[in-house]
Write a protein that binds this ligand. Structure first.
Ligand SMILES: CCCCCNS(=O)(=O)c1cc(S(N)(=O)=O)ccc1C(=O)O
Ligand SMILES: [Zn+2]
Length: 232
């Protein structure tokens, strides 16, 4: 993750609007992987896909997860002009044109696209609440609960503006296979919803409880990468 300096980003007029078509019935389950909670999707066909933006072709939604802090002062993996948000949503997609599976796409150049959406403290988010209500069922590491119909588009801000740069996964194997698309405008969630995230545990049932908080990777230097913006 990087600190996006608005002034260093370059407006690219060739960047198209991002097109998102998620099929809510491709949602499978939520599970606690001991690092975050993830909502997994059926990626066996081109049913929940994104295209346009900086992308050459379409990408299939595989999973989404969040990163958050112990308190509202930090939690996001990216920053904007050194501003940190209390949480960040990542929607992970893979390229079915150049790879035959997600696992293969992880190792490919341009194999993955991750859309990042900042969460800020504010109004109650009705769409997120369905997800929050399921969290007690996945409190411990390696627990899973069926989650049959959910449309992640409800977690997208209406503003089309984004930054994009070529980067890596923020989790091992940290491969440089990710086209990052970071939405400029955060979505609002309320204090209770953030607190529910912080009630999850890193630990399995029976172990000494460790609250799942601060599950973000520290900032990495941008090096010679350029961040392009879809807006002036
Ligand atoms: C088989 C190895 C998978 C490694 C990457 N998996 S992932 O779904 O892309 C992922 C991405 C990310 S991130 N923050 O989007 O780079 C975080 C966690 C995971 C995960 O698997 O838990
Ligand atoms: Zn992530």
């Amino acid at each position: 993750p990087i600190n996006i300096q608005w002034r260093d980003s370059v407006y690219d007029p060739h960047l198209k609007p991002l097109k998102i078509h998620y099929d809510p019935t491709t949602c499978l389950y939520i599970w606690n992987n001991g690092y975050s909670f993830q909502v997994e999707f059926d990626d066996s066909a081109d049913k929940s896909v994104i295209m346009g933006g900086p992308l050459e072709n379409h990408y299939r939604l595989k999973q989404f997860h969040f990163h958050w802090g112990a308190i509202n002062e930090w939690g996001s993996e990216h920053m904007v002009d050194s501003k940190v948000y209390p949480a960040e949503l990542h929607l992970v997609h893979w390229n079915p044109v150049t790879s035959t599976s997600f696992e293969e796409a992880i190792m490919e150049n341009n194999g993955l696209v991750v859309i990042g959406v900042f969460l800020k403290l504010g109004a109650h988010h009705a769409g997120l609440q369905k997800l929050v209500d399921a969290l007690p069922a996945v409190k411990h590491k390696d627990t899973i609960v069926e989650f049959d119909v959910f449309d992640p588009s409800c977690l997208m801000p209406s503003c089309p503006d984004y930054w994009t740069y070529d980067g890596s996964l923020t989790t091992p194997p940290l491969t440089e296979s990710v086209t990052w698309i970071i939405k400029k405008t955060p979505i609002e969630v309320d204090q209770n919803q953030l607190e529910e995230f912080r009630m999850l545990l890193f630990t399995s049932a029976g172990e000494e409880e460790k609250r799942m908080v601060d599950n973000f990777r520290p900032l990495q230097p941008l090096m010679n990468r350029t961040v392009r913006s879809s807006f002036r």
